[in-house]
Design a protein around this ligand. Structure first.
Ligand SMILES: [Zn+2]
Ligand SMILES: [Zn+2]
Length: 330
């Protein structure tokens, strides 16, 4: 193994030594060896199933930065009679239709489950306009710094998603307020593509623990893949994704252990500007709507409605205004 790549003999693969092969699309589509495997007589005769996990990536990534995701159809075309299954936790009816069409699936059986996460409460705050963004950020980060200093290892594990510039700013802000222990001892961390592999791996493994040392991670969307972090209590967005599917995926990293969790969205006019690339109208509505339950908006985009009756104060920042439970009525 070098560069994180495990080298196995292609001959062994094409001879059928491995019964189950996990691969990303590039491994088959952009590599000579991958092509050899697909075209081997053993594969043509014996391949019995193709599974595509996180199928929504075919469009999400295929269109943006990993083109081979949008070429998966080529693999299916080599094996026209092999059954195909797709898995995804977040695909709207239109995304599902698009997948069926783009992959030329014939009359597929669709099995869906309500993606509602009743243990997550959705909170939305409008921020100051971008020209005064720093004042505004400083206030939010200041509260986090105070909380970290006071509650230390009891501070709720929080992921803050934003852009690279804000992440760097936020990290320096916390560093100035909290101190500069060696990175592994800090209660806060940053995570983005340009950060060292060693630190990224350390953060992912730390967050996998029941009681991570890291309580706050400022991250770009690079933090997500391969993340198993059951103890995340809060996901905060300083800059929101442009579409509902991504927002559900990212906020879904809170409360994986089933215990109460919150998803907090800070937005301002810049987030909903009409020329923001890729901004989905449903997402814009999610930011700006006045009186519509936030959970219901997320779910209705995927063609579902909230599954469980939960008290309004545990639902979202819109519903909680109307809660009349015994706690709220006090
Ligand atoms: Zn609600
Ligand atoms: Zn209540």
């Amino acid at each position: 193994m070098d560069d994180g790549i495990l080298h196995i003999s292609i001959k062994d693969v094409t001879r059928g030594e491995y019964k189950l092969i996990y691969a990303h699309p590039e491994a088959f589509l952009s590599s000579k060896e991958g092509r050899k495997i697909l075209q081997s007589s053993f594969f043509r005769e014996h391949l019995c199933s193709i599974c595509i996990d996180e199928a929504h990536m075919i469009h999400e990534w295929g269109e943006e930065f990993r083109k081979d995701f949008s070429r998966i159809q080529e693999i299916l075309g080599i094996f026209p009679n092999v059954p195909v299954s797709l898995f995804t936790a977040t695909a709207s009816p239109s995304t599902r239709d698009k997948l069926v069409k783009d992959l030329a699936l014939r009359d597929p059986l669709q099995i869906t489950k309500n993606p509602d996460r009743p243990n997550i409460k959705y909170i939305r705050h409008e921020r100051l306009p971008s020209v005064r963004q720093d004042d505004d950020l400083d206030e939010i980060l200041g509260d986090i710094a105070d909380g970290l200093l006071e509650d230390k290892e009891k501070f709720p594990v929080t992921i803050i998603y934003s852009d690279l510039e804000t992440i760097r700013y936020g990290y320096r802000f916390l560093e100035a307020r909290i101190g500069e222990d060696c990175p592994e001892n800090r209660s806060y961390a940053q995570f983005h593509t340009h950060y060292t592999e060693r630190m990224k791996n350390w953060i992912i493994s730390d967050l996998g623990k029941q009681e991570p040392v890291t309580r706050v991670v400022l991250a770009t969307v690079a933090l997500g893949i391969g993340l198993h972090a059951p103890s995340v209590r809060r996901v905060i967005h300083f800059k929101s994704p442009t579409n509902i599917e991504k927002y559900i995926q990212e906020t879904g990293r809170a409360g994986r252990d089933g215990k109460p969790a919150t998803a907090i969205l800070y937005w301002n006019k810049t987030d909903v500007r009409s020329n923001r690339p890729g901004l989905q109208s449903a997402m814009k509505k999610f930011f700006t709507s006045k009186d519509i339950c936030l959970r219901a908006q997320l779910l209705s985009h995927l063609d579902f409605t909230p599954e469980l009756q939960i008290s309004k104060c545990n639902c979202c920042s819109v519903c909680e205004q109307y809660c009349e439970c015994s706690e709220c009525a006090k």
